[in-house]
Design a protein around this ligand. Structure first.
Ligand code: GLC
Length: 580
């Protein structure tokens, strides 16, 4: 009997195909400002540095990650924590130099760890030389590198598009700073248009005012971004996480967005009052632009480099599916599906069904539990479920992404108003410094506390990673064991995937299989003990290798007795004795 007979027949198996390094690579996201300040130079800047990342390459190796992605480290006025870029080809002077970057690449590669960097193609900083030139007049080389339009006859903006960063409007209203609004009136979003005195025109900014949108209709802009990619590939970079990419595809007739009937006042971002039909992800241009990124990776010169792209786009499943079909050999969209879900088996199952069913052949899937834009995993779903969510994600096919600190089970940290850096959306809570050890400032920096980038979690003495490394059942030890297991398992790296029918709706099981190598993962999403019987698996002998609660188990399991799962426990079992 084969485990594939036990699966939900609605779910297709992924193709059993070895797709190079990225097929099962674990990618670790580094947020450079809060990762680590280098100690060797004796610096006391109070924030992370590129050399600080290099000093922690041993850490990546110990944890067992295969690649890192670094959020923007470029020169930036920091209106959007570095996503407002002033120069695409340099390192922020506070973070280090290009030489430091070169050394980081070298150190990573010597440790067989690849490097992805953030590419932000939709907008630059308003301090980027391209924008400074563009805003200077209507008839210079760069005048149409951004999206400029005349005001309407009454002086109002060219259309009704809104800025993603409209949360502040809600905060203002809640603080009573919009007294003119009636109680039943929805909070206005911020216009995506900013009037510029010099040109006497508006420019478009889908995000902050300081982040003008590049004009992707202009082939020179697209060519310039491709050149930026080549610049970094030539420096040894192995791939790109491409930021907010859906925004490069717009209806350039600037059709007004219809209103969104599902908007919930007081809960949603006021930006969500609008639909997103014309201002982002506009299909007529969007997908062909995506091809242009992939084209660079496939250039003759880069043959054999095995480069990779992951597109960041918060879009509906159908659009993500189209993104995944653009260049499945080298690029795919982030799978954010699970990140927004409550901790419920039913929801996760539906998401897995949906996601794996639609993936085109040959693509590398991915799984995300968190990133720098969302509250931390353990704060969203709870510390114990977070451990089970790690097991679950890390056993699924494709590239799992780990956001820095997730491996330590870190939680959000309250940041007082006067220390906040992200005034746009209040995302600092998930961006506070890493907790390395129990020394001053948790080993993050030798600066005075008041000078630190963001405050350190006050509970760091109980949570730091050095301590967790000595505790065999800590969150860190769990991640380390999972990655060690994953890195040694052909089934987890390359195997087929199929959902397993289980006897309990609160338990989600799946099977990974590559020839004789079979791995079953079971996750209990409830707060009750469960004994799961699975008649199809009952004749099988297995070895129970990992538990989200107890970490390394390594003991034989008799399947006829069923699987016993504690509340919010996930387990990994290697099977043998399959009758084939
Ligand atoms: C992406 C980034 C986010 C940033 C935004 C604008 O969503 O992840 O941090 O603010 O794009 O660049």
């Amino acid at each position: 009997m084969q485990p594939t007979q036990t699966v939900d027949q609605n779910v297709q198996s992924t193709t059993t195909q070895l797709n190079g390094f990225w097929q099962g690579a674990v990618v670790y996201q580094v947020y450079p400002w809060s990762f680590n300040e280098d100690k060797a130079s004796g610096a006391t800047k109070g924030h992370g540095t590129i050399r600080g990342i290099t000093e922690r390459v041993d850490y990546f190796a110990d944890l067992g990650v295969n690649a890192i992605w670094i959020s923007p480290f470029y020169p930036s006025p920091m209106a959007d924590s570095g996503y407002d870029i002033e120069d695409y080809r340099d390192v922020h002077p506070d973070l280090g130099t290009i030489q430091d970057f070169n050394e980081l690449v070298q150190e990573l590669h010597e440790n067989d760890i690849r490097l992805m960097i953030d590419l932000v193609p939709n907008h630059t900083s308003d301090q980027h030389p391209w924008f400074k030139q563009s805003r200077a007049s209507k008839d210079n080389d760069k005048s149409d590198w951004y999206i400029w339009r005349d005001p309407n006859p009454d002086g109002s903006p060219p259309n009704n598009w809104g800025s993603v960063f409209s949360h502040s409007q809600l905060f203002k209203r809640q603080a009573g700073e919009m007294p003119e609004l009636r109680d039943d009136e929805p909070t206005p979003y911020l216009s995506a248009w900013q009037y510029d005195e010099t040109r006497g025109q508006y420019y478009l900014h889908s995000f902050a005012v300081e982040q003008p949108d590049l004009n992707w209709e202009n082939p020179a802009v697209r060519a310039a971004i491709q050149d930026v990619m080549r610049y970094w590939i030539d420096r040894g970079v192995d791939g790109f996480r491409i930021d907010a990419v859906n925004f490069i595809g717009k209806d350039m007739r600037l059709t007004d967005e219809p209103m969104n009937p599902d908007y919930i006042e007081g809960v949603d971002n006021p930006y969500d009052r609008l639909m997103r039909r014309y201002s982002s992800g506009y299909p007529d241009t969007f997908y062909s632009y995506l091809n242009e990124f992939a084209d660079v990776l496939e250039e003759e010169e880069y043959r054999g480099r095995d480069l990779r792209i992951v597109f960041e786009a918060y879009m509906d499943e159908k659009s993500l599916d189209r993104i995944n079909r653009v260049a499945p050999g080298v690029a795919g969209a982030f799978n954010f599906g699970a990140m927004g879900l409550d901790w419920e088996a039913r929801l996760r199952k539906a998401q897995l069904d949906e996601y794996y069913k639609h993936l085109p052949p040959g693509i590398v899937a991915n799984q995300v539990n968190g990133n720098h834009d969302k509250p931390r995993l353990a704060s969203r779903i709870g510390e114990i479920p977070a451990r089970a969510a790690a097991v679950h994600n890390l056993m699924l096919p494709g590239m799992p992404f780990i956001y820095q600190g997730e491996e330590g089970g870190f939680t959000d940290v309250e940041v007082p108003l006067e220390r906040q850096r992200d005034r746009l959306r209040g995302r600092d809570i998930a961006r506070t410094p890493m907790l390395w050890d129990d020394t001053n400032n948790a080993g993050f920096s030798n600066a005075l506390e008041a000078k630190l980038w963001l405050p350190i979690d006050p509970e760091y003495k109980a949570k730091h990673l050095a301590g967790q490394r000595h505790d065999p059942t800590s969150s860190y030890s769990l991640y380390r064991a999972l990655l060690a297991f994953r890195n040694g398992s052909t089934a987890v790296h390359y195997g087929d995937f199929s959902l397993l029918a289980t006897s309990d709706d609160d338990v989600l099981g799946f099977v990974r299989r590559y020839d004789d190598d079979i791995v079953v993962t079971m996750t209990n999403f409830s707060d009750k003990d469960k004994t799961i019987t699975s008649p199809e698996l009952s004749d099988l002998a297995g070895e129970w290798v990992l538990s989200s609660l107890h970490v390394n188990i390594n003991r034989p399991i008799d399947m006829s007795q069923g699987f016993h799962l504690e509340p919010h426990e996930a387990i990994v079992v290697c099977l043998q004795g399959i009758d084939r």
